[in-house]
Design a protein around this ligand. Structure first.
Ligand code: NAP
Length: 313
C-alpha cells in the first residue's frame, strides 16, 4: 500500500472532522452502505444532524421511520448544501453525476467521501465533475457489506473491525485525507491508504472476479435441462459458493463496467488455472489434480481474514 505524498495545498480550511464532530452530515444514497454509515455516525456521535437524500422518496420515508437519518432532502443539492461532511453511497456510475449536481452547494471546508467499490473511475469522475473542488473529495471503499441491498439491512456495526481503504487524489490536502481517516476510525474501521489503480487491481482479483464467477456459475446450472432439479438438491457448499450471486445486479454491472480491464486480466489468470485443472481431470491425472487442489487448499487455509466475518464484498 502506497505511502502518501506530502500535502499539495496548505491554504484550504481544515474539514470539520478535525474538530471532532460534524454539524451536518449528508448521506446521498440511503441504502445498505449509506444507512449503515448514518447509523454508525450516530452511534459514534460524529454528527449533530444527519440529512439523507435517495432516488426513491419511499427510501427516505423508510430511513426516517427507522431513525437512520434525522430528515430527508428533496434533492442531492439540497442535502449537500450546508453539510460539512457529504457521503456518497450510490452505485459507482451515479457518483460523477451526483457530484455535478451538488458542486455549487458545497462549502469550502466540506469533506466529501464515497464508499464505491471501484476507485480509479470514481477518482476520474470526481475530477471531471468538481474541477478545483475535487481537492475536497477523498475516495474511499469500506470492505464491509453483504449481498443484501437497502436501508432495511443497514447496521450501526457494519464497519466494526473492517478495513476501510482510502485512495487519495493528488489534489487532496493532507488535512482532508486525515479527516477521512478519522471518520472511518471513529466508525470502528481500520484504514489502509493506497493508490486508486492499485485498489482496482487488487479488488478485481479478490472481489470482482469472484462475483462474476458466482453469477456465471449459477447461470450455467440454472439454464441446463435439469438445472431446477439440481438446484433443489443443493446444500451448504452451493450456498457458500453462490451467496454473492444474490447481490444487486445493477450495482455489479456498474462495477464490472468501471473495472472491466482489471476484471478481464484476472479472468485470464483464472481461465489459465481452470484449463490446468480441466486437463488433469480429462487425462485422469489424479495425483497432479490432487496436488493442484492441495496448493489451493493450503493458500485458502493460510489466508487469514483481516475482518471479523467473511461476508464483505
Ligand atoms: P444499496 O443498498 O442498493 O443502496 C444504494 C442506494 O443509492 C439506494 O438507496 C438507491 O436508491 C440509491 N441511489 C441509486 N442511484 C441513486 C442516485 N442517482 N441518486 C440518489 N440515490 C441513488 O447499495 P449498497 O450496497 O449500499 O451500495 C452502495 C455503494 O457502496 C455502491 O457504490 C457499492 O459499490 C458500494 N459498496 C457496496 C458493498 C456491499 O457489499 N453492498 C460493499 C462496499 C461498497 P433508492 O433510493 O431508490 O433506494
Amino acid at each position: 500500500m502506497a505511502a502518501r505524498t506530502p500535502p499539495s495545498r496548505d491554504t484550504v480550511a481544515a474539514p470539520a472532522a478535525l474538530r471532532a464532530q460534524f454539524r451536518r452530515v449528508a448521506v446521498l444514497g440511503v441504502g445498505l452502505l449509506g444507512g449503515s454509515f448514518a447509523l454508525a455516525a450516530r452511534r459514534a456521535g460524529l454528527a449533530q444532524e444527519i440529512v439523507g437524500y435517495s432516488k426513491s422518496p419511499s427510501t427516505i420515508r423508510a430511513a426516517i421511520a427507522a431513525r437512520v437519518i434525522d430528515r430527508g432532502a428533496d434533492s442531492a443539492l439540497q442535502a449537500a448544501t450546508g453539510a460539512d461532511l457529504v457521503v456518497l453511497a450510490v452505485p459507482v456510475a451515479a457518483i460523477g453525476p451526483l457530484l455535478q449536481q451538488i458542486r455549487h452547494g458545497l462549502g469550502d471546508s466540506a469533506l466529501l467521501m464515497d464508499v464505491g467499490s471501484t476507485k480509479a473511475d470514481v477518482a476520474d469522475a470526481a475530477q471531471r465533475a468538481l474541477g478545483k473542488a475535487a481537492l475536497q473529495f477523498v475516495p474511499c471503499h469500506p470492505i464491509a457489506g453483504s449481498e443484501r441491498s437497502g436501508v432495511q439491512h443497514a447496521q450501526a456495526t457494519l464497519f466494526d473491525g473492517r478495513r476501510a481503504i482510502v485512495t487519495p487524489l493528488d489534489a487532496n490536502p493532507e488535512s482532508f485525507v486525515d479527516a477521512a481517516t478519522q471518520v472511518w476510525e471513529s466508525l470502528g474501521a481500520v484504514v489502509s491508504v493506497m493508490d486508486p489503480r492499485q485498489h482496482d487491481a487488487a479488488f478485481a482479483a479478490v472481489s470482482h472476479l469472484p462475483h462474476l464467477l458466482a453469477y456465471a456459475y449459477v447461470y450455467a446450472v440454472a439454464r441446463q435441462q435439469h438445472g431446477a432439479t439440481f438446484l433443489q438438491l443443493a446444500g451448504p457448499g452451493f450456498r457458500d459458493f453462490t451467496r454473492i450471486a444474490g447481490s444487486d445486479p445493477t450495482m455489479w454491472r456498474d462495477i464490472f463496467q468501471a473495472n472491466s480491464a482489471e476484471v478481464l486480466q484476472q479472468l485470464q489468470w483464472f481461465k489459465q488455472a481452470l484449463a490446468g485443472f480441466e486437463t488433469q481431470l480429462r487425462q485422469g491425472n489424479w495425483q497432479v489434480l490432487e496436488s493442484l487442489i492441495r496448493q489451493a487448499s493450503q493458500s485458502r487455509t493460510e489466508w487469514a481474514s483481516p475482518t471479523p466475518a467473511d461476508d464483505a464484498s
